[in-house]
Write a protein that binds this ligand. Structure first.
Ligand code: ZN
Length: 75
């Protein structure tokens, strides 16, 4: 019985993780579209190459060409 109960906990953990992940992705997409309506342009080197995304650092974007970090949060 104990093992059944702990096993039953597992799906809700996965669901809450997915909810958090998808809301973060939506937030990031919204901020990104608001700051770069015509597409990303690096503020340092003006590269228009699609930036790397650094999700673990709260939506920071890294320029592919110069490595500059930009936050879509700042305007
Ligand atoms: Zn750059």
């Amino acid at each position: 019985m104990r093992s059944w109960l702990s096993f039953d906990d597992f799906p809700s953990t996965v669901r809450s993780f997915e909810r958090r992940f998808s809301s973060k992705t939506r937030c990031e997409a919204y901020l990104y579209a608001r700051k770069y309506p015509d597409g990303f342009v690096c503020e340092r080197c003006a590269s228009a190459a699609t930036p790397w995304r650094i999700l673990s650092r709260h939506c920071l974007l890294e320029s592919r060409d110069c490595g500059a970090l930009t936050s879509p949060m700042s305007s």
